[in-house]
Each structure stands twice: as C-alpha cells, then as structure tokens.
Design a protein around this ligand. Structure first.
Ligand code: ASP
Length: 308
C-alpha cells in the first residue's frame, strides 16, 4: 500500500489576511506527517505529528491560537482514531497543555477509556508526564480580537451561509493510510469564539469530528460543531463509502446534506481505504493539503488546486 496523507486547517469565512498563513501551515503539516509515513511510521503517528504542527501555528484554531470562550479562556478538544481495531482516544475542556492531540493519543494507547474531560483529563495528562503551561501562554492576539468582535453581536455560531465570521476559525485535522494499510484520523480544536464555558463541540466526539475504519476509510471534519454532531458528519461520510460511494462523492453529498438540513456550514477531508481522496466544504473557504504518489496538492478556495 502506498501511504497517503491529507490535512485540513478549518472551514469558515476565512479573511484574506489569513489565507497565506493557512496555506503555508497546511503544507508544512502534511510534509511533517508524510515524512513519518515515508520512514515506515504508523498512520497514527503521522496524523498526530501533522496536527501538532498546526497546534503550534497561530494561524490555526488549535493548541496555541485557539479561540476563546465567553470568559476569555482557551478550552481545547481533540480526538484520534485507529482504523485497525477502532481504538479511540479523545479529550475535552483542556486548558493548560500545548498539544491536546498527544494527550488524546495517550488516552487511546494507555487508558481503558475513550474520552476524558476537564480535571480528569488534566490529572491523566500529568500522570502520563505531559508538562502544563500557563493557560494565557496559549492565547494569541487573533483569538482576543475574534472574541472582541463576537462580543459586539453575541450571536454564537454565526457560520450560516453568507454570514461573516471574524476569522476565529481553523480547527485542524489529518487522515492518513500507512504502508500496512492502517487508517488513522486526528482532529484538534479550540472550538468556537464566544462559546459557553464547558461547551463541548463535535471534535472530541467520535463519529462527528473523527472516524477511521481500515475496511472503509477515514474522515476529519470542521465547521459548526453543534450541526456536525447532530448530523454525525464523519460517520455519515463513512457510511456512504461503505454503501459504494467514492470518497469524493460521499464527502460532497454528506457536507451538503448537513448544510441544507441545518443551515450551517462544514467541511471534511476523507480517504477511502484504497487511498481515494475526498475534500468538500460548504463554507467560503477551507485550507487543505495532501500528498499522494509523491505529489503535494493544496488549496483553500472552492475548485482550486495548486501543486507544490
Ligand atoms: N467544529 C469546531 C467546533 O465547533 C469548530 C471548527 O471546526 O471551526 O468546535
């Protein structure tokens, strides 16, 4: 099996000023993950590394640069899934760690549980040797600005079609298949600007933000969390592939069906078990990049494909 990796950097009404930073960031992330795959590493390690690269990058709403809740705090969420045995690990309400995706990976490998939140997740992370950082060190100027803009209207989830978002978008995700044919998916986010304290979105919920099954494929989603989780968007795409759709068609059909049913936007990246790629978003923009057969393709606008 030839390894394949695809990443996204969040769906939304991304302002022009953030486009180049996101394109650079998704290219760097996909190269990071691909290096691991090319050295014979696992899909799980590749998706974690790709997501870490974007968690470090303030152009994305994950790790450093996460958007803020109504009290001005970062509360992050992440999930990771291995398609071999359907093993999962997820965390939510994380405030003091740089890489929620690595804690989620530890939940997958070193815990009898699937999803840990808040204080329990913090305790688990400390027990496993993760270092805490001051919560304020994760806050970027862009995230502060996005919250200030949100507080002017206070309409949570202004991601409906045609409505302006303030640029507080950029959840990140990665889907990979390694040389052994194992599929893995990772997704990480700061959520949505102005969310209530304790709000949990789609990203840590398996079947909504993330899904992987070696027999079918893998999906990572982004967009309006409350809609994505009602629609179980990742799993809806997986089910369409299982019934015979291509990755491209399944992704397009499910994203558009969610948007017409719930009037909110989303995006998803998909790989079928044979390495076919699906990319679709109903938002204005979504940064993505993939490497397949030594070619790196990327884009952010609808129907736009660049080759690096
Ligand atoms: N889906 C994320 C959430 O609702 C946000 C995003 O993808 O931009 O928490």
């Amino acid at each position: 099996m030839h390894p394949v990796i695809i990443v996204h950097g969040g769906a939304g009404d991304i302002p022009d000023s953030r486009v180049q930073g996101k394109l650079d960031g998704v290219k760097a992330a996909v190269l990071t993950g691909n290096k691991i795959l090319q050295q014979g590493g696992s899909a799980l390690d590749a998706v974690e590394a790709a997501v870490i690269s974007m968690e470090n990058d303030e152009y994305f709403n994950a790790g450093y640069g996460s958007v803020l809740n109504l009290c001005g705090e970062v509360e992050m969420e992440a999930s990771i899934m291995c398609g071999k045995n359907l093993d999962v690990g997820a965390v939510t309400l994380i405030k003091e760690f740089e890489h929620p995706i690595s804690i989620a990976h530890k939940v997958l490998t070193d815990s009898p549980h699937s999803l840990l939140g808040g204080e329990g997740a913090k305790l688990f992370a400390i027990q496993k040797g993760f270092a805490t950082v001051p919560p304020d060190s994760l806050i970027s100027d862009n995230a502060k600005h996005a919250l200030e803009e949100f507080l002017k209207h206070r309409e949570f989830g202004r991601t409906e079609i045609g409505v302006k978002d303030e640029g507080g978008v950029g959840t990140v995700g990665a889907v990979a298949i390694d040389s052994k044919g194992n599929v893995a998916v990772a997704t990480s986010t700061g959520g949505m600007s102005g969310k209530a304290v304790g709000r949990i979105g789609d990203t840590p919920q398996i079947g909504s933000g993330t899904y992987a099954d070696n027999h079918i494929g893998g999906v990572s989603t982004t967009g309006h969390g409350e809609s994505i989780l009602k629609y179980c968007l990742a799993h809806s795409i997986i089910k369409l592939i299982e019934r015979g759709s291509t990755a491209k068609n399944a992704t397009e059909v499910a994203v558009n069906a969610m948007t017409s049913r719930l009037n909110n936007t989303a995006g998803a990246i998909t790989l079928s078990a044979t390495g076919d790629v699906g990319i679709n978003f109903s938002s204005k923009r979504m940064a993505w990049a993939f490497i397949k057969e030594a070619k790196l393709l990327y884009g952010i606008e609808r129907d736009q494909i660049f080759e690096a």
